[in-house]
Design a protein around this ligand. Structure first.
Ligand SMILES: Cc1cc2nc3c(=O)[nH]c(=O)nc-3n(C[C@H](O)[C@H](O)[C@H](O)COP(=O)(O)OP(=O)(O)OC[C@H]3O[C@@H](n4cnc5c(N)ncnc54)[C@H](O)[C@@H]3O)c2cc1C
Length: 472
């Protein structure tokens, strides 16, 4: 395993990288090192060189070289990750996949798209919608994040309640293994029962087992009609009870998103969308169907359950433009919260839906006890919430409280039968809690898998597994 950060890379390594990708795609300036040193967390650590490959063969050559010299390699998509996964914490090579951004094929006969990892999620969605198809996973960062990063984090999003997460759409992958071999796993076929499901092993592996260079994604028919509804509640608890009631009723909205009062106020200050400032919480619903009449009946049924659970108002978006405005407001949460205090720690816990009311009560109690503003929002329909701790990193005492509060939130989620991450991954931020979440045996099995794939520990090592060091 690689330990510590190499000070400088031997000149022959830079020369060899230049021979693989050309000088213009091997970056070494101090400015470039800064540009590739961070993701959407606050963790920063510069690489020693940035390489921008254009295909799997170049990546294979880079990895073979890295193995020869035992140089760390950190794969990077669009750098929008919220767990520090692409930060080159051990220095070495930042392998940026942004130039591999072609949609290679949209195969309508088999309902699949074949793409390179650097394709932006939104660009893929728009391209397939043009031919009446649908790629549902929709992280709120969809205009920034890349499909390769989505695969590595098993990204989710609002629509995952009805349609599932990234892993539900991965049919085939081309992967460059840490030792340089190129494998193809899966295919365009719907069913595969031939050996281990290796393609799914790479989904959610956070770039520790291989570099995904080509992806075949399942597409589904685009629903014809959609509606958005907004229900206002006096408290977060009453809103979360409504979520469980709706799901128990047999209705299946595409999305049920929750925002608490502080989140609502921050969004309205940043990007006014007419959200109710005096609400304790709101639920934003997306419903869709191929039949307009069914959609209208289901929307009314959802509204009725909300009223029975104490909603003070339910508003159904009149048209597509109001619909889009409400979802823009949802996507504005992260930047809106970021304006409140100098820093924020965005968490991503996931619990069984029935535990939601207890989870939000517990987070409220932790927020009061540690005197920290912790706005709560997220994919309530999935039981996947994002409590965000607003703080100032320059204040060491406040940061101690942030650490203690985050620890309590993780433990609360685990106690309620949930887990550390629903979609952002573990990366550097949460690796020290892996033993508590999974137990020693599972973590050890994962470590053994990692060492089979990556005997020299060059690929994104130092991430995901506990190292005994808190990275923030
Ligand atoms: C405002 C905001 C909102 C967000 N909302 C959501 C949300 O709703 N749902 C959600 O799931 N996430 C969300 N995220 C988190 C983030 O956008 C996702 O984790 C996304 O999947 C990361 O994609 P990326 O291309 O930016 O990956 P990066 O940040 O570049 O990398 C993420 C991880 O993937 C690895 N990686 C990248 N490309 C490859 C590859 N080709 N092969 C192997 N490993 C690779 C990296 O090493 C790293 O470990 C949000 C982030 C922001 C800033």
């Amino acid at each position: 395993m690689i330990e510590g950060k190499p000070k400088t890379l031997p000149p022959e390594v830079i020369a060899a990288l230049q021979a693989i990708t050309g000088t213009e795609r091997t970056l070494t300036s101090p400015e470039d090192m800064v540009a590739y040193s961070y993701d959407a967390t606050w963790i920063e650590s510069p690489p020693q060189v940035v390489v921008l490959p254009k295909n799997a063969t170049e990546i294979s050559e880079v990895l073979k070289l890295a193995n020869r010299y035992k140089i760390p390699v950190a794969p990077r998509g669009a750098g929008s990750g919220l767990s520090g996964g692409s930060v080159p914490q051990q220095g070495g090579i930042a392998l940026a996949l942004t130039l591999m951004n072609r949609i290679l094929e949209i195969d309508t006969e088999n309902s699949v798209a074949v793409v390179e990892p650097g394709v932006i999620t939104f660009a893929l969605q728009k391209a397939v919608e043009k031919v009446g198809l649908f790629y549902p996973p929709d992280p709120s960062s969809l205009k920034q994040s890349a499909i390769g990063g989505n695969i590595a984090e098993n990204a989710g999003g609002a629509r995952c309640l009805k349609y599932g997460v990234t892993s539900d759409y991965v049919r085939a992958l081309e992967v460059v293994l840490p030792t340089g071999e190129i494998i193809h796993t899966g295919g365009k076929m719907v069913k595969i029962a031939t050996g281990y499901n290796l393609r799914h092993l790479f989904v959610g592996a956070e770039g520790t087992l291989g570099i995904v260079t080509r992806i075949t994604l399942k597409l589904i028919p685009l629903p014809k009609y959609k509606r958005t509804a907004l229900a206002t509640f006096p408290t977060v608890e009453s809103a979360s009870v409504a979520v469980t009631q709706i799901m128990e009723s047999g209705l299946l909205p595409a999305s049920i998103e929750l925002m608490d009062n502080l989140t609502i106020r921050c969004v309205e200050e940043f990007k006014p969308a007419g959200l109710p400032l005096d609400a304790g919480a709101l639920l934003l619903f997306a419903l869709d169907s191929n039949y307009e009449q069914i959609l209208l009946s289901e929307t009314e049924a959802v509204a009725q359950i909300c009223r029975e659970c104490g909603a003070t108002s339910v508003r159904v978006a009149a048209d597509d433009s109001e619909n889009d405005k409400l979802w823009e407001a949802r996507r504005a949460i992260s930047p809106a919260l970021a304006r409140r205090r100098p820093n924020k720690l965005g968490e991503d816990i996931s619990v069984p839906r029935s535990a939601l009311p207890e989870l939000v009560r517990g987070i409220g109690e932790i927020s009061e006890r540690y005197k920290l503003p912790i706005p709560v929002f997220g994919h309530a329909g999935d039981g996947n919430l994002h409590p965000n701790m607003l703080c100032d990193r320059r204040d060491p005492q406040e940061m101690e409280r942030v650490h203690a509060a985050a620890t309590e939130i993780f433990r609360l989620a685990i106690r309620l039968g949930g887990t550390l991450s629903g979609e952002h991954g573990i990366g550097l931020l949460k690796k020290e809690f892996m033993l508590e979440a999974l137990g020693a045996e599972q973590v050890e099995l994962m470590r053994r898998l990692k060492s089979i794939f990556d005997p020299n520990g060059i690929l994104n090592s130092g991430k995901l597994f506990p190292t005994g060091e808190n990275s923030w």
